[in-house]
Ligand binder design. Structure first.
Ligand SMILES: Cc1ncc(COP(=O)(O)O)c(C=O)c1O
Length: 547
């Protein structure tokens, strides 16, 4: 396969440590410094040749990303609030010893329960537990219906009240509004059940491949602008089960510190050496890669290969990867890139084709394009796209392909229909309209939040919008207050974020109307005063924000 080459290039006869193009290769292969096939996506969405593509990348000067820091007082209060909760928990535990089972006869075994985890769940998380795991009873589209619950034992258990609350949905990953129970996607999906049944009852390598899978793989490759693609029934497993096929001990992975749990699990399973670089910090990335090349493996041997792994839009930070710079680094050091586009495919770029489209980059400059169908396509599953040899290798070696049941027919059909709409293959401009609507909603919502004076993280074009509330107790207060005002949102706090950075994560959708966003913004403005969320010290734009 092309993507993974041995440390000694048998084809060129280059030696370990040989100095090539001004840097020591230290054993990994310097694959083509410039792609032979320079292509880019043109205005109409087709892939075309362009030798000067590098000059067209959006550069730093256009990079509008913000990570405003709070005042020292806010930082101190946040830590104080968190540690106060912990101290109260310890005192509580001291006086009211919890009646929990203890592990018996397990000498020399690893404990089944982590003491800190049980403490945290009992005394900290339980206080805000009602803000998570909220059952829904409708299609999670622009609105979602929550089943109302109460707790009579301080968050240990919940009972349904029998009532329901219809909320504006600012929490689901429904970027292009394809989470629908009617319309062409739903109709086609229902039809596919009549033909193929509910599930496939077999892995791809046995009796689990049908015409929908092959069509989807072909269409995905065309959509991404790569030679070939392979699809899997689960996005999480696409990372967790394919990374171990691509990597082995002796390989080096340089991973962004904010990468998703599925990536971290896959990397750990692979046995490769993992080094972490600061979030989206290309200077730090280059420093880490240089250091690793100089040092080589702990046994003194050079790395078998070096993989830089990152996400397109980071799901917790709302940031967009600095892909042009990272491609320069990978070319300079002969590394490979694995890009997880779970949140960026469909949601970024003029044609919804992810961050390569966003920057006008040749998709073939990214060695491994991974993504999920769970967000913009309103379906489930994941894909990997790349060279023919990479995909053939995965077809033969991927555990997710060989041993897991293949993608269900209705799920596959939903992706096929939505992808065709995005690509304009349905003969309408519905796809483009949705992409533009999401972009408009994103910019408007982010600008209005800045005007209100709350702190948001991330890039102005990222539909993932984290609003910082800092204090742990405020995550609960904001989620509950917004739910009372019929707005469903997701809160995130420690350990999913650093202690200091509790947040509410809004996910925007093409399905949202301006009126819906205005309602949410009006409520956020009101509770911003009552709950003290207006932390931003940036000058506010007092002009009316255009939609
Ligand atoms: C970056 C990233 N990769 C992979 C996944 C897993 O995908 P799925 O939810 O489709 O299983 C997620 C889930 O949100 C994600 O954010």
């Amino acid at each position: 396969m092309t993507v993974i080459k041995s440390k000694n290039n048998k084809n060129t006869g280059e030696k370990v440590g040989e100095k090539i193009n001004g840097f020591h290769k230290n054993g990994f292969v310097n694959h083509k410094l410039v792609s032979v096939d320079e292509t880019c996506i043109d205005k109409n969405g087709s892939i075309e040749s362009n030798q000067d593509i590098n000059n067209q990348y959006k550069r730093d000067e256009n990079f509008k990303e913000s990570f405003e820091q709070p005042t020292l007082i806010t930082a101190c209060l946040t830590y104080l609030g968190f540690y106060l909760l912990m101290i109260i928990g310890y005192i509580n535990q001291l006086f009211f010893v919890p009646k929990v089972a203890t592990e018996k006869n397990r000498d020399d075994y690893v404990p089944l329960f982590a003491a800190f985890e049980s403490f945290y769940l009992r005394y900290v998380y339980r206080r805000v537990k009602d803000c998570w795991n909220r059952p829904i009873c409708s299609c999670p589209a622009d609105t979602v219906t929550l089943k109302d619950r109460v707790t009579k034992d301080y968050g240990w258990t919940f009972e349904f009240t029998g009532t329901e609350t219809k909320c504006l949905n600012l929490g689901s990953y429904n970027y292009l509004g394809f989470a629908q129970n009617k319309g062409p996607c739903a109709d086609d999906a229902i039809e596919s059940i009549h033909k193929y049944g509910i599930a496939t009852y077999s892995p791809r390598r046995e009796l689990g491949t049908n015409a929908l899978h092959t069509e989807l793989e072909k269409l995905t490759a065309e959509f991404l602008g790569v030679e070939d693609a392979i699809v899997f029934g689960m996005g999480f497993a696409t990372n967790a089960l394919n990374l171990p096929s691509l990597l082995s001990p002796g390989c080096l992975v340089i991973s962004d510190e904010k990468n998703h749990a599925s990536i971290i699990l896959g990397l750990r399973l692979s046995g490769a050496t993992i080094k972490v670089y600061k979030h989206n910090n290309t200077h730090h990335l280059e420093k880490v890669i240089q250091q690793a090349i100089v040092n080589g493996q702990p046994n003194g041997k050079p790395w078998k290969k070096i993989l830089i792994i990152l996400e397109g839009v980071f799901s917790m930070e709302g940031s967009i990867v600095k892909l042009p710079e990272i491609i320069e680094i990978k070319k300079k050091y002969g590394a490979f890139i694995y890009l997880d586009e779970a949140h960026s495919i469909g949601a970024t770029g003029n044609h919804g084709r992810g961050v390569c489209d966003f920057y006008g980059i040749n998709p073939k400059d990214v060695d491994i394009l991974m993504g999920t169908f769970t967000k913009s396509f309103g379906s489930a599953g994941g894909y990997i796209g790349g060279s023919k040899s990479l995909i053939s290798f995965l077809r033969a070696n991927s555990h997710a392909h060989c041993y897991a049941s293949s993608m269900a027919p209705a799920v596959t059909q939903q992706i096929l229909t939505s992808m065709k709409i995005i690509m304009g293959l349905d003969g309408t401009n519905e796809g483009k309209k949705r992409i533009d609507q999401l972009a408009r909603n994103t910019r408007y919502f982010r600008k209005r939040l800045a005007q209100i004076g709350v702190i948001t993280y991330g890039h102005e074009d990222s539909p993932v919008v984290p609003m910082l509330v800092y204090l742990f107790s405020k995550i609960g207060a904001v989620v509950r207050t917004l739910t009372k005002r019929q707005i469903a949102v997701v809160g995130a706090g420690f350990p999913a974020t650093p202690i200091m950075e509790g947040r509410i994560r809004f996910c925007l959708s093409a399905a949202h109307t301006k009126e819906q966003l205005d309602y949410a913004l009006q409520v956020i403005d009101e509770i911003g005063d009552s709950l003290g969320l207006k932390y931003s010290r940036k000058p506010r734009d007092l002009n009316q924000i255009e939609y």
